[in-house]
Design a protein around this ligand. Structure first.
Ligand SMILES: Cc1cc2nc3c(=O)[nH]c(=O)nc-3n(C[C@H](O)[C@H](O)[C@H](O)COP(=O)(O)OP(=O)(O)OC[C@H]3O[C@@H](n4cnc5c(N)ncnc54)[C@H](O)[C@@H]3O)c2cc1C
Length: 385
C-alpha cells in the first residue's frame, strides 16, 4: 500500500486543478493523479476547433515539468477499478493506493449511438478520438455529423473548413432549439450554414450500413466519415459501486464538493454540485466550471474552506463566430433575442429573475448577465410573453 495522501481520479480540468489546489494548501502530503488517459493532460475545447482544423497540435494543459515542480505524481494509462471506503484505498489492478482524501474527477464518456450500425460512427471526447477524426478527415470528401449540440456544431464547421462536404443531422428544426429557444436556435442554424455546413433538422438516424446513414424520413446519405456527437454520460461507476449518493445520474456533492462519504470529493462533469448563489444543485458540463469545482475539491480536501458560487458558463466557436453563454442551465420561462450591432444577445428569465444570457459580439451583456444571474436580479429588458 502506498503512503496515504491525495488521490485524484482523472486528469481532465477538474482533476488537475484539484491536485494543484490541494498542493497549494498542503506542501507535504503525496499527491497522485491516476488517469486512464495515456496522454499528458490536455485541453478538450480545441479538439473540435483548432486541433481538428489542423491549426495546432499543442493542447497540453501544462508542460510535463509543471507536475514535477509541484510534486504532483501523474500516473497515466491506469484505470481505477474501485474505491474501498472501509480500508481507505483506491484500487487499480494489483495496486492499492491508500488515501487521506480522494477526488473523483472521472468526467463523462460519449453516449453510445443506440441504433443498428451505430458503432460505425466515430466519437469525439479524447485526444486519441480527435487524432483519429483528424486523420479520417484528410481522406474524406463527405461527412455526416449526428447531433447539433455545441460539439456537433463545432466539429461540423471545423470539418467543413477542411474542405469536407458536411451534413449535420439533428432532431430539432434548428440546433439546440429546445435548450436555448427558437430564436437562438435559428441564429445557430445560420452560423453553421454560413460556415458551409448543410443542416438537416427534424430527423433521426435509424441505422448506419456500409457508410450510409439512413434517416427516418426515408433519405439515405452516403458518407466517407460519420461522427456521433449525441451527448455524454457521466462516469459514475466508481461512485455507484462505492455506494455514494447519486442523483440524476451524477455524484451528489455539497458546495464544498464533498460526497456522501467522508474524505471523498467529486468535481466536474461527474458531479451534481450545490451552488450557493443559485441555492440549488446545478449540473454543468463546461471546462471552466470543471476547473473551478476541481479547485474547490482540492482546497476542501486539504481542510480549507471553499464553496461553489460561480455562474456556470462557456464559450463556443462556430465557424468564425464566438458565442458566450452563462446560465444556471436548468431551464427558463421566457427568452428574448435582441439584435446588437454585428451580433445579438438572448436574455433568459424565470420567476422575474435573470437565469441565463447568450451573447454574440456583446461582451458588455455577457458581463452584465453574469452579475444579474448571480444576484437573482431581473433581466434589463422587457420580455416577450
Ligand atoms: C471536443 C470537446 C470540445 C469541448 N469544448 C468545450 C468548450 O468549448 N467550452 C467548454 O466549456 N467545454 C467544452 N467541452 C467540455 C469540457 O471539456 C468538459 O466539460 C470538461 O473536460 C470536463 O472536465 P472533467 O475534468 O470533469 O472531466 P474530463 O475532462 O472528461 O476528464 C475525466 C478524466 O477521468 C479519467 N477517468 C475516467 N474514469 C476513470 C477511471 N476509472 N480510472 C482512471 N481515470 C478515469 C479520464 O480518462 C479523463 O482523464 C468540450 C468537450 C469536448 C469533448
Amino acid at each position: 500500500m502506498t503512503e496515504p495522501g491525495l488521490i485524484v481520479i482523472g486528469s481532465g480540468p477538474a482533476g488537475v486543478s484539484a491536485a494543484e489546489a490541494f498542493r497549494a494548501h498542503n506542501s507535504d502530503a503525496p499527491v497522485r493523479i491516476l488517469t486512464a488517459d495515456p496522454a499528458l493532460p490536455y485541453a478538450r475545447p480545441p479538439l473540435s476547433k483548432e486541433y481538428l482544423r489542423g491549426e495546432t497540435d499543442d493542447v497540453a494543459q501544462h508542460p510535463e515539468q509543471w507536475y514535477d515542480q509541484r510534486s504532483i505524481k501523474l500516473i497515466a494509462g491506469v484505470c481505477v477499478d474501485s474505491i474501498d471506503l472501509q480500508t481507505r484505498c483506491v484500487i487499480a489492478g494489483d495496486t492499492h493506493f491508500g488515501y487521506r482524501a480522494v477526488v473523483l474527477a472521472c468526467g463523462a464518456a460519449p453516449a453510445k449511438l443506440q441504433i443498428p450500425g451505430g458503432q460505425a460512427a466515430m466519437q469525439l471526447r479524447s485526444l486519441t478520438d480527435a487524432q483519429r477524426l483528424r486523420h479520417a478527415a484528410k481522406d474524406a470528401d463527405t461527412a455526416v455529423v449526428i447531433g447539433a449540440g455545441f460539439i456537433g456544431c463545432e466539429a461540423a464547421t471545423s470539418l467543413a473548413r477542411q474542405g469536407v462536404a458536411v451534413t449535420l443531422v439533428a432532431p430539432q428544426a434548428a440546433p439546440q432549439e429546445k435548450r436555448l429557444g427558437a430564436e437562438a436556435g435559428w441564429q445557430l442554424r445560420q452560423l453553421v450554414a454560413d460556415a458551409g455546413v448543410r443542416y438537416v433538422g427534424e430527423v433521426s438516424v435509424e441505422e448506419i450500413v456500409d457508410r450510409k446513414v439512413r434517416l427516418n424520413n426515408g433519405v439515405t446519405i452516403d458518407s466517407d466519415l460519420i461522427l456521433a456527437a449525441t451527448g455524454v454520460r457521466p462516469r459514475t461507476e466508481l461512485a455507484e459501486t462505492a455506494g455514494l449518493d447519486i442523483k440524476n445520474a451524477r455524484v451528489v456533492v455539497g458546495a464544498d464538493m464533498q460526497t456522501s462519504a467522508p474524505d471523498v470529493y467529486a468535481a466536474g462533469d461527474v458531479a451534481l454540485a450545490h451552488n450557493t448563489a443559485a441555492g440549488r444543485a446545478v449540473a454543468v458540463e463546461h471546462w471552466q466550471d470543471a476547473v473551478d469545482q476541481g479547485a474547490i475539491a482540492g482546497a476542501s480536501s486539504a481542510g480549507a474552506n471553499a464553496n461553489w458560487d460561480a455562474v456556470p458558463g462557456f464559450w463556443t466557436t462556430i465557424g468564425d463566430t464566438t458565442l458566450k453563454y452563462r446560465a444556471w442551465g436548468d431551464g427558463y420561462r421566457h427568452s428574448r433575442l435582441l439584435e446588437r450591432g454585428g451580433g445579438f444577445t438572448v436574455w433568459y428569465e424565470a420567476d422575474g429573475k435573470a437565469v441565463g444570457v447568450l451573447t454574440c459580439n456583446a461582451d458588455d451583456d455577457y458581463e452584465l448577465g453574469g452579475d444579474l444571474i448571480k444576484a437573482g436580479d431581473p433581466v434589463p429588458v422587457a420580455m416577450s410573453r
